[in-house]
Design a protein around this ligand. Structure first.
Ligand code: NAD
Length: 444
């Protein structure tokens, strides 16, 4: 089939590449000329395991192209996936500027039947806005009878495992009220749906809502555990034991029950905000979700609280080693990363930070800009030199079994503040390390 992916970011590029891998002919369109230049040079602009190989293979096979030419891209595809960003607006609502711009660019140049697929995470009712924007452009061109359909197909991939998630989805949600469009979507996704039927066809509004409901539920589990972790510390319980204790109940399950330094990324923070906003616009106050967001804001500062508890409010002259900058492992995405809040809070109190991340250094440098109080280093050990304590912020695998003797030898004092609960407090105590996790029993 002929497919166009509008927006070549985490979602659009993975969608385009994986659809090409299944034999479709895909053109990826982006307004960011730099991204297109990188893609056309044989590289990819993001870190995503397995993606580069798929992109290169399909470009070579002639099934995948990249362009900033909207007319060429729109005319190519029968199915046009819109995977542009939907960042939070100042009032928390999803900013639909890019979605509407993409819709207009379709309406301005389309010359035959198109299925416009909203893959971006968009509030309920957005498909109507997309339909109207295309209609306006067609009317302006004197083409009021040009046929098209708008369907919702929210994406559930996780950064860091995006290719795997797209290739083997837990579910494929399709919101459509047009028979022809539904048939085309079924055919397109058939190769991803072979072992068992994972396709759920529903009305457009329910599909749009499903994506927000999923992210809101996951964010709720994290904030719930983070709050319990705060209490566990106070009452002398260990949240890791509690996690296993409750996770063994199949009604609860083990997934997404880890206490930590707060959630970040491009999805949970903005989607929780947007759902709260949608509710407010409809006269409903979502009390649980509002608390989820507030708890997460507090949680992003929890490692800083531990620093202050150990070293005092005035951190002038202190230096901290930070392991992990990306909002989670296996990605270079720094959007809403807790590391940014921690860096701000520490440096505001006069400290300096030496930070290491396996893949997010370039993105961190871009986001942080040039500054004297933060040094980005290329090796984990280098960050430790002369530091008062080590802070673990992202649970990269390479941090799981470090050389603790070397850490002790290089730090000014053996203090490890672990925002991802990677180590065992008992082992740390035996090694003579002053170790504090999140909701762990403090044994020092
Ligand atoms: P992104 O910022 O990585 O990519 C968006 C791309 O769209 C950018 O490259 C941008 O230049 C391009 N763009 C913007 N306007 C355009 C236009 N008019 N025409 C063509 N290109 C345009 O964003 P992302 O992380 O891929 O997220 C995209 C959407 O998917 C968001 O709504 C997000 O909530 C949702 N989503 C993201 C993830 C994720 O893990 N990143 C997962 C599921 C859903």
């Amino acid at each position: 089939m002929k497919v166009t992916a509008i927006g070549a970011g985490y979602v659009g590029l993975v969608t385009g590449a994986c659809l090409a891998e299944m034999g479709n002919h895909v053109v990826c369109l982006d307004v960011d000329e730099d991204k297109i230049r990188i893609l056309n040079s044989g590289d990819i602009p993001i870190h995503e395991p397995g993606l580069l190989e798929i992109v290169q293979r399909n470009v070579k096979a002639g099934r995948l192209q990249f362009t900033s030419d909207a007319a060429h891209a729109v005319q190519h595809g029968t199915l046009l996936f819109v995977g542009v960003g939907t960042p939070p607006g100042s009032d928390g609502s999803a900013d639909l500027r890019h979605v509407v711009a993409a819709a207009r660019s379709i309406g301005r140049v389309m010359t035959d039947y198109k299925v416009v697929v909203d893959k971006s995470t968009v509030p309920v009712g957005t498909a109507d806005a997309v339909r109207a924007a295309i209609r306006e452009e067609l009317d302006a061109r004197g083409l009021p009878d040009m046929p098209y359909a708008v369907v919702s197909n929210p994406e559930f991939l996780k950064e860091g495992a995006a290719v795997e998630d797209f290739m083997k989805p837990d579910r494929i949600i399709i919101g459509a009220d047009d028979e022809q469009a539904t048939l085309l979507m079924r055919a397109l996704y058939a190769p991803f749906n072979r072992t068992q039927d994972r396709m759920q066809i529903m009305d457009v509004r329910s599909a749009e809502f499903t994506k927000y409901a999923a992210n809101a539920m996951l964010a709720t589990r994290i904030s719930f555990m983070n709050e319990l972790a705060l209490l566990a510390e106070k009452v002398g319980a260990d949240i890791e034991l509690v996690r296993r204790g409750i996770g063994s109940d199949p009604r609860i399950g083990y997934q997404f029950l880890y206490a930590g330094a707060g959630y970040g990324g491009s999805c949970f923070p903005k989607d929780v905000k947007a759902l709260v906003r949608t509710a407010a616009d409809n006269g409903i106050s979502l009390k649980v979700l509002s608390a989820v967001e507030a708890a997460n804001e507090r949680q992003k500062r929890v490692l800083v609280d531990k620093v202050v508890e150990r070293f005092g409010e005035d951190l002038r002259g202190r230096r901290f080693a930070m392991w992990g900058l990306a909002f989670k492992p296996d990605t270079d995405d720094m959007r809403e990363a807790p590391s940014l809040v921690i860096i701000d809070e520490l440096t505001r109190r006069g400290a300096t930070v030496a930070a290491y991340d396996p893949v997010a250094l370039a993105e961190a440098a871009r986001v942080l800009g040039p500054r004297d109080d933060v040094t980005l280093v290329k090796r984990a050990e280098v960050a430790l030199q002369g530091a008062d304590a080590l802070l673990i912020v992202t649970e990269w695998k390479e941090f799981r079994t470090p050389d603790f003797d070397a850490i002790k030898a290089v730090l000014k004092a053996p203090v490890v503040l672990d925002g991802r609960n990677l180590y065992e407090p008992k082992l740390m105590k035996a090694l003579g390390i002053d170790y504090r996790g999140i909701g762990r029993r403090c044994l020092s």
